[in-house]
Design a protein around this ligand. Structure first.
Ligand code: ATP
Ligand code: MG
Length: 556
């Protein structure tokens, strides 16, 4: 039997995500936008846009996009930019029109951008200073020819060397406004007789941790469902939140773009991350809640700069996207005893959260688990070897079903069939357990498991053990090919300052693992010292990169 989250009222099927968020929600779900008192703040520029004003600007931009630039429902708008207030305005404007919004990684290179824009048939592309150069290179048509999409700058930066002033989001807003209220385009509605379950609202890309990123089709239904689910388990009237995650990642798209508007929660954003600016923003805007990822929580316990700031008003850390090592949880508990730690587990394919730590249970004692299934979500455990459903408490692949489970991958029916079952389950690819009380623990990804003489070794388990050593600041483990064992674990280690990168230190760490773990888990692939562990913007260890580096190294 799957474990089921608490009851969720039926998710409406006849309304768009935009209309539900800005107009149609009832009092149980959020503050009417007209009564909203909060908004979004850019910590770097200081600019603040109240949500009431956001709704107005969005409407003007949507009007201009439709009436002057010919954008139609179900056409595609791509956004390639760092987090900013204008990102949010552009995204909601496109959502208002009923377009499919493709959110692309801001670090994407020209070749990938070319692929993404043509695969999603983009009509409109929003870019900013940081992405302009790659966006310009991404158009590979004959010299002097125009791409099949229109370019709009979010921050006034030009794109390419044409010398012409860029067309900006601000211009769109002004154009929409000057057309007057009679010309205003109403928000797109779900056509009568159709269900929002089958209408795509967003295309978001999985992180590409295990291969090439996959384009996931997210419906209007998924977005509304996820907002209703999270709303039911978070407290009312949350204080200001600082969000570091990129908007294009599924967590950013849901928990930073959509949810704060519904909760009327002040959101403080940062386009670029560095520790001092983040801490200054936390103090200046009195952020009580911080949406971080494991690498940033590691910084919160290991970076001395934290001591310079008085941040005892922080009430909650949120984390997700990657495992949080138990050693870090222990240190957080010592340094921030009054802060609640909330885990979220989910993926792009599940439109953000499948599980969340319920507020009353967000203690450090529970922080090694990723919370309980969100309302309306079933999770079952499937034995990886037999394919049979396993009992609660046993380990297996976690399969999840709920209204937030997305429509599938774009133009990839085979992949979609492998991942989404006919009875509505999403095969998450994550190995874990569901305890009888509903708490879910993630052990590792099936694809990352190292196979040593038939034994599965979870890299996360060895990384946790390494982090428990006083000389280790950060660590990553991969499997490398081995003639006899098939694969063996190899560690990449960042030491705390002053520790020699010597054979003696490597040997000490190997001994440490041998003293704690079964013999087949020992670091037979060796230990390599590095300055930093490669991680994605969402905080995931890029093991793929370490494996490629290793392959390169043994070749030469
Ligand atoms: P790809 O599917 O392209 O290889 P990805 O799975 O990393 O990349 P995302 O959708 O961004 O892309 O991430 C989802 C994955 O992140 C989950 O399947 C899980 O492995 C991991 N994850 C998410 N939240 C947590 C968490 N709280 N603890 C541990 N792992 C998590
Ligand atoms: Mg994935």
């Amino acid at each position: 039997m799957p474990y089921s989250g608490i009851h969720l009222d039926p998710v409406p099927q006849n309304v768009s995500a935009y209309t539900w968020l800005f107009d149609a929600r009832d009092a149980r779900h959020g503050t009417p936008i007209a009564h909203s008192r909060n908004g979004i703040r850019d910590a770097q520029t200081g600019r603040h846009l109240p949500y009431r004003e956001l709704a107005v600007q969005t409407m003007h931009a949507a009007t201009a996009l439709t009436s002057l630039h010919g954008l139609k429902p179900q056409q595609t708008v791509a956004i390639l930019a760092s987090n900013s207030i204008n990102y949010k305005v552009a995204l909601f404007a496109a959502e208002h029109v009923g377009a499919i919004v493709t959110v692309l990684p801001s670090a994407a290179l020209a070749q990938d951008i070319t692929h993404y824009l043509s695969a999603s048939s983009a009509q409109i592309v929003f870019y900013d200073r940081g992405t302009a150069a790659e966006v310009a290179k991404a158009w590979t048509g004959p010299a002097g020819s125009q791409p099949p999409y229109k370019l709009f700058s979010l921050d006034g930066s030009p794109c390419g060397s044409g010398g012409t002033a860029p067309y900006t989001l601000e211009q769109l807003v002004t154009e929409g406004e000057t057309r007057g209220s009679e010309a205003q385009v109403p928000a797109w509605r779900v056509p009568t007789g159709q269900s929002n379950k089958t209408i795509c609202a967003f295309l978001a890309f999985s992180s590409g941790t295990t291969g090439r990123p996959k384009a996931v089709m997210i419906s209007h239904h998924n977005i509304i469902a996820q907002m209703m689910q999270v709303r039911l388990i978070v407290p009312d009237h949350p204080g200001p939140m600082l969000g570091i995650l990129p908007f294009y990642h599924i967590t950013g798209l849901l928990q930073l773009i959509h949810l704060p508007v519904m909760m009327d929660q002040e959101l403080v954003l940062m386009a670029q991350f560095d520790m001092p600016s983040m801490l200054e923003a936390v103090v200046k805007y009195r952020c009580e809640e911080l949406w971080l990822v494991p690498p940033l929580l590691i910084r919160m316990v290991s970076d001395d700069i934290v001591q310079k700031y008085k941040i005892d008003f922080i009430r909650q850390f949120n984390t997700g996207a990657a495992p949080l090592p138990p050693q870090i949880i222990e240190k957080l508990a010592v340094m921030y005893p009054h802060v609640a730690l909330r885990q979220a587990w989910g993926m792009t394919e599940s439109c953000s959260c499948l599980t969340l730590t319920p507020p009353g249970l967000a203690t450090y004692a529970n922080a090694a688990m990723v919370g309980k299934p969100v309302p309306g979500t079933d999770i079952k455990i499937v034995n990886v070897a037999t394919g049979e459903e396993a009992a609660l408490g046993e380990e297996g692949e976690l399969w999840a079903r709920g209204p937030q489970v997305t429509m599938g991958y774009l133009n990839a029916p085979e992949e979609t069939r492998k991942t989404y079952t006919p009875d509505g389950y999403l095969r998450t690819g994550d190995l874990g357990t569901v305890h009888p009380d509903g708490f879910v623990a993630i052990h590792d990804r099936i694809k990352e498991m190292i196979k040593v003489r038939g034994h599965g070794v979870a890299p996360a388990e060895l990384e946790d053990a390494l982090l428990g050593h006083a000389k280790v600041a950060d660590a990553a483990v991969i499997g490398i090919p081995h003639d006899y064992s098939g694969e063996v674990p190899r560690a990449y280690v960042v030491t705390v300052s002053g520790v020699p990168h010597s054979e003696a230190t490597a040997h000490e760490l190997e001994q440490h693992i041998e003293s704690l773990k079964a013999r087949y888990m020992r670091l037979a692939g060796g230990v390599e010292f590095v300055d930093a562990i490669p991680k994605s913007a969402a905080g995931k260890i890029l093991r793929k990169m370490l494996r490629a580096q290793y392959a390169e190294k043994v070749k030469t």
